[in-house]
Design a protein around this ligand. Structure first.
Ligand code: BG6
Length: 300
């Protein structure tokens, strides 16, 4: 079976590519009303590793069950951002073509490699759906424990879509974040913890190294630049991370192409402050829809 799934929405000349490794969406192309040529909407570093030995530097890696270095005792043996982005997912070969939308579902269940570092029973499904000007991703997290104990045997996790949105980072603004509390991870305290701040900017730029975790956000965002943009609509993902390493941090990453930080922003909806809890037998669903903004040119 192919290592990469190609989704094609032939009605609208849109396409997406999803690797079974990490269920990582590595390409999303679609036209806009103003431009009938399908354009790449995601950034993937030219030096990204694509052989399954390391998470892909770009696209949409799936972060589960921990965001950043693990903080939950059940996650203590996991790498940064968890195992979902570095596990090989399953695909049953089916693609659903409804004309207006074309969709695919990948699944992940415990493997010996996962079980050796993470003991909890779970079932994940990742649904990617391609429309005319949009791409949606949905993560379904099922607690497959059959325990009937009280208190319930909750599955506790964090989850996030690590979107690398292609765009000129010198022009990019992310809105609306003003008034939100956020943690600036570029300024860790002595204990290595980020400091809490309140966002005062109407539009957040990433012209300098940015690594900010906003909590309890609006769940709907716009990432805009002078002649384009992407909107992000989410559900069940209360937090959002804005990240761009710029040369300061990007030049130290082996899989980041030189100057790659000029060409994207990561605007990452997730549940990453605290933990989502799912009782045995139940399923949590987190969703985002990325859409091309058919906007007039933004003034500089
Ligand atoms: C972001 C984090 O989500 O991902 C950053 O907030 C981190 O702290 C970045 O540096 C990239 O992580 P990684 O593991 O893909 O290098």
């Amino acid at each position: 079976m192919a290592n990469t799934i190609l989704l094609q929405n032939s009605k609208y000349n849109a396409s997406a590519e999803i690797m079974l490794y990490g269920a990582t969406v590595v390409s999303w192309k679609c036209p806009s009303l103003a431009d009938s040529q399908p354009r790449e909407r995601l950034f993937v570093s030219a030096t990204a590793i694509r052989d399954g030995s390391k998470p892909v530097r770009g696209g949409i890696p799936v972060v589960f069950p921990c965001f950043g270095p693990p903080t939950h005792p059940e996650h203590s043996k996991l790498p940064q951002h968890g195992f979902a982005r570095s596990s090989v997912w399953s695909w049953n070969g089916a693609i659903t073509d409804e004309g207006d939308r074309v969709s695919v579902t990948l699944t992940l269940d415990p493997t010996p490699a996962i079980t050796s570092v993470y003991k909890r029973p779970f079932h994940l499904a990742f649904v990617v759906s391609l429309g005319r000007f949009d791409l949606s991703t949905e993560l379904h997290v099922q607690n497959t424990s059959s325990s009937t104990a009280y208190p319930p045997d909750y599955l506790e996790f964090q989850a996030l879509f690590h979107n690398y949105i292609a765009g000129p980072s010198s022009e990019i603004l992310v809105t609306p974040l003003k008034g939100l509390s956020y943690f600036d991870k570029t300024e860790p305290t002595d204990e290595g913890r980020a400091t809490a701040k309140t966002e005062t900017r109407a539009g957040v730029d990433v012209r300098k190294f940015t690594d900010s975790v906003y909590e309890s956000a609006s769940q709907n965002y716009e990432v805009t630049w002078v002649d384009g943009g992407i909107s992000i609509q989410t559900s069940n993902l209360k937090d959002v991370v804005v990240w761009n390493p710029q040369a300061e941090a990007g030049s130290k990453m082996g899989d980041m192409e030189k100057g790659g930080w000029d060409n994207f922003v990561c605007c990452e909806p997730g549940h990453v402050r605290g933990f989502e809890k799912v009782a045995p037998g139940l399923t949590w669903v987190g969703k985002q829809v990325l859409s091309v903004i058919q906007a007039a040119r933004r003034e500089r």
